[in-house]
Ligand binder design. Sequence first.
Ligand code: NAD
Ligand code: MG
Length: 400
Amino acid sequence: MTPAAGLRQVAVLGATGSIGASALDVIARYPQRMRASVLAAGSNTGALLALCAAHRPDHAVIADPAGLAPLRDGLRAAGLATRAHAGDEALEALVAGPACDTVVAAIVGAAGLGSTLAAARAGKRLLLANKESLVLAGELVIAAARASGAEIVPIDSEHSAVFQCLRSCRAEGVRRLVLTASGGPFRGWDSARLATVTPAQAVAHPKWSMGPKISVDSATLMNKGLEVIEAHHLFGLAGDRIDVLVHPQSLVHALVEYVDGSTLAQLGLPDMRTALAVGLGWPERIDSGVAGLDLLAEGRLEFEAPDLAAFPCLRLAREALVAGGTAPAVLNAANEEAVSAFLQGRIGFLGIPALVEDTLAALPAAPAGSLEALLAADAEARRFARQHLPPMPSAGIRTA
Ligand code: NAD
Ligand code: MG
């Protein structure tokens, strides 16, 4: 059980999700080099137990306190030495402590902020997939990482691409970044058609297999808006130097244009294991299990401008970045509430940008120097958004 010297100890947060699965796939390829020492999930105790049996971590954390007893009992019944924990505080303590040196932050939504910040403050290597924590509190996360010496390696494919392309030069030489977007499942659709979109259609992404929230964000283009804000914090460029191009093949993930006219791009198949292998192996390159690119077989690389009239979320995110202060936190919170309401069938697809826009208009940007101010803005935006949703279908007895 004693880990060999130099073995990377990885905490995988959001282990039962899509990024979690990709991370564990790469980690399991290198038993001599790294291991999953902490696994954390939201509420699916059964799935977490199955991962513990496969990866034998030292600690397993379930966010939902009701999951603690079944987790502990399940670990014991399986004869595993893994220790069970529940709740955000336990997770943050494990992330900050000696149980790991590397943290894959892949919890979805603002729920990932506490553990992301804990990893940044504790000086861990932070493999950051949880983009919402940067949208909500980017300045604080980046400042904490700077102060502690934590090394952030972005996992979002576009940001991993920029991270890789930037290795050729100091940041001052950069003229602009270009993030690519697949365009999602509804590329080319107009508003009338978008009004008919169902949750099942929205989560069926044409190029990437991802969790439901980011899949809906990709369909509305909010994902690209969140990524512009994410790139602003990670790479220190103003929003007007971060462009977006729709690229339906999803093979070019981002481009970095330098002042001398040179543009570097990163290409690869749309499989998150590449970005995770970059983060886990950096500065070495390790095999991720992803095949190389066969450009002859792919044939074409196409690019087009995003349709901001049909997909207003990208504009809303850019406006929130310019407004600054609490605006990105409000944008993110309203979007999480709207996506959740859409997935529950309570609002239509076009209700998502409408609710985000109304919330931003109702709660104008205020200065946000502290975590408390940002969390208060997040809570207020969620309250406003929930109040402006249609009432839940009654669960009471029907008499008809
Ligand atoms: P997912 O829905 O597949 O998985 C989410 C994970 O978070 C699950 O393990 C779930 O148990 C856990 N979780 C949810 N709420 C939690 C809580 N309150 N406390 C602790 N754990 C909780 O999502 P995903 O697609 O893996 O995405 C995860 C993050 O990575 C998101 O921020 C997403 O934007 C980002 N990301 C994902 C992809 C991708 O390809 N899937 C690409 C880029 C970025
Ligand atoms: Mg992305």
